[in-house]
Design a protein around this ligand. Structure first.
Ligand code: SER
Length: 314
């Protein structure tokens, strides 16, 4: 039987791109897009099914899973780091209850496979910051990071106790041109491109030397589909895998952008997100993902910047 996939949170930064790639792999009608709000992507709405789902509503989830005979769920709905700090109770309840609801679907055999993203935010101030290992100190101090770390343990628990086939990646900051990011600490790295093209200037909310792990969306989507399509025995870690793309700080990114817009002006005004960024790693060691399921990123700073500017200019 061919798999049918439900993507929850399909109107967001990752979902918008992931749905289209999954549709070209599995067929348009085998990939159900869903979100609490309608998608603004015409391409996504016209190419296949879309359902409004509040992921907190388990009955509604079961209804959609049964309606389309869904076999896999990609759960992308979440409050990101900056937004969650503004509303900690919603951050915690949405991020945890959504995961519980989907893992329960798998425990009761409504679905066969689950994808759930974790984040570099699971690490904290005393984690080694460069080349952060897969297994190390994890002391997140944001509600987002705490919910992601708890979520990782929840995934491992469902795998150990109930044999639930759940797979996960610790995404770094994600950069893409198709959809806007939604309330993260790494969002500056997307906004800067839009502002460079429109206004030739940008004010960064992170300091010039704040280096963070980042990844171009093409790599992130490919990693996601690759881990989901890997033979189960290759996916040895069932909490979440480190993956690495590139690392840079606002100053380095602005230098690169200046190669395209020589008069581009960068200024800096730190806000509360600086403290969040300070607690996160600067670069990641993803050698276990490479060993287990052959992961390798393709986009460096030059290649990413070129692709972003080419596509945003259109
Ligand atoms: N990009 C995310 C954030 O900044 C990290 O997972 O919240």
């Amino acid at each position: 039987m061919k798999d049918t996939i439900l993507v929850i949170g399909s109107s967001g930064q990752i979902g918008t791109e992931l749905v289209m790639d999954l549709r070209s792999l599995f067929g348009n009608n085998h990939v159900i897009a869903s979100d609490i709000r309608p998608s603004i992507s015409k391409e996504l709405l016209e190419s296949g099914p879309f359902e409004i789902i509040d992921v907190m509503d388990q009955n509604r989830l079961i209804e959609v899973v049964k309606k389309y005979k869904v076999t896999q769920v990609y759960l992308l709905a979440a409050l990101l780091s900056a937004t969650a700090e503004k509303n900690i109770e919603l951050g915690w309840s949405l991020n945890m209850q959504s995961l519980s609801n989907v893992l329960e679907l798998a425990r009761h055999k409504h679905i066969k496979k689950v994808y759930w993203p974790s984040s570099i935010a699971v690490f904290g101030p005393t984690t080694p910051q460069t080349f952060t290992p897969q297994h190390t100190i994890m002391d997140p101090n944001t509600v987002y990071g705490i919910s992601k770390l708890a979520g990782e343990r929840w995934c491992q628990y469902y795998y150990d106790k109930f044999d639930v086939d759940v797979r996960s990646l610790r995404y770094p900051g994600l950069i893409g041109w198709k959809a806007a990011p939604g309330g993260g600490t790494t969002d500056y790295a997307v906004h800067i491109f839009h502002e460079a093209i429109k206004n030739n200037k940008y004010q960064s909310f992170l300091s010039p030397d704040t280096t963070l792990p980042m990844m171009y969306m093409n790599d992130a989507i490919r990693a996601t589909i690759e881990i989901m399509e890997s033979p189960s025995e290759n996916v040895k870690i069932r909490s979440s895998y480190n993956i690495a793309g590139l690392s840079f700080n606002p100053q380095e990114l602005s230098q690169e952008i200046k190669n395209y817009f020589p008069n581009f002006e960068m200024s800096y005004q730190e806000d509360y997100r600086q403290e969040i960024a300070n607690s996160w790693p600067k670069s990641m060691d993803d050698s276990i993902a490479t060993k287990d399921w052959n992961w390798k990123s393709e986009f460096d700073l030059k290649k990413m910047t070129a692709d972003m500017i080419k596509n945003l200019k259109k």
